[in-house]
Design a protein around this ligand. Structure first.
Ligand code: C2O
Ligand code: CU
Length: 480
């Protein structure tokens, strides 16, 4: 077990988020990937990012990161719904990697799970990804090989699949939320990679929040503008709960899938690692006003970014009357419980948990030995990716999974290749219409999820708190 680092506290997050906030930091321009029309090219490689903003001494503002094309966030990939996206990923890292297209219901061979759907791409190697995303919406891409380290170093980017007829907005803004664990010099805390204290608790929580790679950036807006905001939580383990001070944005999609437009929950929109939310924001503030995109922590709200109103007079008198609902995606939504294949998934382990032993690589190991292998979590008594799947489904069959979070920690359960609905909570049927690819579960909570297994292949189901995944919380299912 590696040394336990001084744990960054919420207080530090507070100080960093609000105290030395660089109120004038401008979000970096979002770079769009380039390449020939046939195949884009993207390279995972070391780079530098001005995480701490532009300092007087330019070198002091540069944090060593790993990024796609060396950038933070990686280039924005945009594709029209129903059109292919072909991309060559080159590995310029000193470590093997792979790319997973989070939330996209694509061919299994393109899913990017090293060790299950492809071999990891060695340093110097490349892999061609041919994607045909069926659903419009906000997605993202990141490694699925040593994910806990590689995402924490900065390897992630957004992938937007454009609706054929998107709602009319003045601007479409991407906001990728992250939190970093930086040392005093503004460099990544590398010593705590693989730290088992993090893994057994809430994961790698940082001390330096960023939006699009900048601490508390300011987005220039104009009174009366209508914006579409695409929020993505790219943090390893941080759960954000966001709202916009003094504004009433409307939620139009979760995890890429349209929802019936609705107000955010009063406590803010929960965004667990991996989750996305699309919002329509009508800039209802006065010229020259400023509003914060806030995340609520236990000790109160903290600014993640600001919306800085121009002094210019409002663009229009009131909010536009054009519709904001998104067109439906071609998701198979007919859940047929009578013909379903079902499974139970018991999540155990972690600090203050009751896990005494678990199978790991075919052997039953007591907790002490599991810890020696870097494992502190188990699904159904097994730590790490099991040899055989949690279940096998026929193509088109309904799958029901009863998930019990039998430990003291929240988790963000993520299923590949499909979106699912919550059918029951704590044994009681619920009527929740949202289709998710990542579900935040509270300690002790039990849910039943259901989906139509219409995408053949081997799909992982894991916790998106990446230290939990690395320390055992991963299984898979097979669709024939
Ligand atoms: Cu966003 Cu299995 O990952
Ligand atoms: Cu977890």
């Amino acid at each position: 077990m590696s040394a336990v680092p001084s744990n960054p506290t919420r207080r530090r997050l507070l100080r960093n988020a609000c105290g030395i906030a660089l109120a004038t930091a401008v979000p970096p321009p979002v770079v769009i990937a380039e390449g020939d029309a046939e195949r884009l090219s993207l390279e995972a490689r070391p780079g530098r990012a001005a995480l701490r903003g532009p300092a007087r001494d330019a070198s002091a503002s540069q944090t060593a990161i790993w990024g796609y094309d060396g950038q933070l966030p990686g280039p924005l990939l945009r594709v029209r719904q129903g059109e292919p996206l072909r991309l060559r990923l080159r590995n310029g890292l000193p470590q093997a990697t792979s790319v997973h297209w989070h939330g996209l219901r694509i061919a299994n061979a393109m899913d990017g799970v090293a060790g299950l759907t492809q071999e990891a791409i060695p340093p110097g190697g490349h892999f061609d990804y041919d994607l045909l995303p069926p659903d419009a919406g906000s997605y993202w891409y990141h490694p699925h090989q040593q994910s806990a380290e590689q995402l924490a170093r900065g390897l992630y980017g957004a992938l937007v699949v454009e609706e054929r007829e998107p709602p009319a907005v003045d601007r479409d803004l991407l906001l990728i939320l992250d939190d970093w664990r930086l040392d005093e010099d503004g460099q990544l805390d590398l010593a705590s990679f693989g730290n088992l204290h993090d893994a057994a608790h809430g994961g790698r929580l940082g001390n330096w929040p960023t939006v699009n790679g900048v601490n508390t950036p300011g987005f220039a807006v104009r009174a009366g503008e209508r914006l579409r905001l695409r929020l993505i939580n790219a943090a390893n383990a941080r759960i954000f709960r966001v709202d916009i001070e003094g504004h009433e944005p409307t939620l139009i999609a979760l995890d890429g899938q349209p929802v019936v437009p609705r107000a955010l929950p009063a406590e803010g929109q929960w965004l667990a690692p991996g989750q996305r939310a699309d919002l329509i924001l009508d800039c209802s503030g006065e010229p020259a006003a400023r509003a914060a995109l806030r995340t609520h922590l236990r000790d109160g709200p903290h600014a993640m970014a600001t919306f800085d109103y121009a002094a210019a007079r409002p663009l229009r008198d009131g909010p536009p009357e054009t519709p904001i609902a998104l067109p439906a995606n071609p998701l198979a939504t007919r859940i047929e419980p009578d013909a379903a294949v079902s499974a139970a998934l018991l999540m155990q382990g972690g600090a203050m948990g009751s896990l005494r032993s678990a199978r790991y690589r075919g052997r039953e190991l007591p907790m002490r030995e599991l810890v020696g292998q870097g494992m502190v979590w188990a699904f159904n008594g097994e730590a790490g990716l099991p040899e055989s799947p949690l279940l096998r489904a026929r193509r088109g069959q309904t799958v029901l999974i009863d998930i019990a979070n039998d430990n003291r920690w929240p988790h963000a359960m993520h299923l590949h290749g499909h979106h699912f609905r919550v059918l029951a909570r704590d044994g009681r049927a619920v009527d929740e219409a949202d289709w998710r690819d990542t579900l935040l579960m509270a300690p002790g909570e039990r849910v039943q999820i259901g989906f139509v297994a219409d995408n053949p292949g081997k799909w992982v189901l894991h916790c998106h708190m990446l230290e939990h995944q690395a320390a055992g919380m991963v299984t898979w299912l097979e669709v024939a």
